[in-house]
Design a protein around this ligand. Structure first.
Ligand code: AMP
Length: 285
């Protein structure tokens, strides 16, 4: 089986038309790592045909963010796609995606897009949803796989698919981690050795919070915060325990699934991580 690489809309249209059965898409910005490979592997198991998109979307980067230094590794990415049995890779340039320049019409992420990551990166999720909507139209998948690692993005894409009637099933894939529990990310290559050590405080904070799950939100938040304050190299943007639908801080009486999410800058690298946690006393067995 061969992996076909296409760059233009015309090539994509023809190659897509030839794909049999249920088609899955995995959207990426390239610099593929085992987290992406896991999304592809799950798609490969559940669909007949798998399309991977590789597009570093300028619309979702603000001035001063890391667009210019973001790792570009197309040949290695293609190798991973071949290993994973991907049928089709669509790797457009910005002028293929945005032939008239920056689009005047964009998808608005609404209020859910202006909290947490959206509060720190204004316009980010409008840029994400706009490119995801365009890629949905161009690829016409039946299934779309996204990582829990980007929990807010996943939630917004689900909402967009529902609210704007995309006939696409959005499937969440759990976060893939390094052996020492650091969440895999294309941005981890920016970390120096010292940063890499400090970056462990994010997953350690989440695990410390998780260990307090039965004791409720205050105990979870306190345990997580206590880990982060001991790491001076991590400049925390937020640490929150939010409900998975509205992304609002959960009250002390809350029971059920919540997301413990953290964002911090370590050295020059901004990292995010989260864990879904079942909050409150567990039912007796
Ligand atoms: P990106 O290339 O960073 O835009 O990510 C492309 C897709 O891979 C998104 O759906 C991410 O949520 C997902 N992803 C990134 N890192 C991981 C990871 N460590 N585990 C699982 N999925 C991931």
């Amino acid at each position: 089986m061969t992996t076909q690489l296409v760059h233009t809309r015309e090539e994509l249209r023809d190659a897509r038309a030839a794909l049999p059965g249920r088609v899955a898409v995995v959207m990426t910005m390239g610099a593929l790592h085992p987290g992406h490979a896991q999304l592809i592997a799950q798609a490969r198991q559940e669909a007949d045909s798998v399309v991977v998109t590789i597009f570093l979307n300028p619309l979702q980067f603000a001035a001063g963010e890391d667009l210019s230094r973001y790792p570009r590794t197309l040949n290695a990415d293609l190798e991973i796609c071949r290993e994973q049995g991907v049928d089709l890779v669509f790797a457009p340039t910005p002028d293929v995606m945005y032939p008239d320049g920056e689009p005047g019409i964009r998808v608005s992420a609404g209020t859910l897009g202006s909290v947490l990551e959206g509060a720190l990166r204004p316009g980010h999720f409008d840029g994400v949803l706009t490119v995801v909507a365009k890629l949905f139209h161009l690829v016409r998948p039946d299934l779309a796989y996204f990582g829990q690692k980007d929990a807010q993005q996943l939630l917004l894409i689900r909402r967009m698919a529902t609210d704007l009637d995309f006939p696409i099933e959005v499937i969440a894939v759990p976060t893939v981690r390094e052996a020492d529990d650091l969440a895999m990310s294309s941005r981890n290559v920016y970390l120096t050795l010292t940063d890499r050590e400090a970056a462990l405080s994010l997953s350690q904070a989440l695990r410390a919070g998780e260990a307090q799950a039965v004791r409720g939100p205050a105990a979870i938040r306190r345990a997580a915060r206590d880990v982060l304050v001991r790491e001076p190299l991590a400049q925390v943007d937020y640490l929150v325990l939010v409900d998975p639908v509205r992304l609002e801080e959960v009250p002390e009486w809350y029971h059920g699934t919540a997301i413990l999410a953290v964002a911090a800058k370590v050295g020059t690298t901004r990292l995010i991580d989260n864990l879904p946690i079942t909050v409150g006393p567990t039912a007796p067995a």
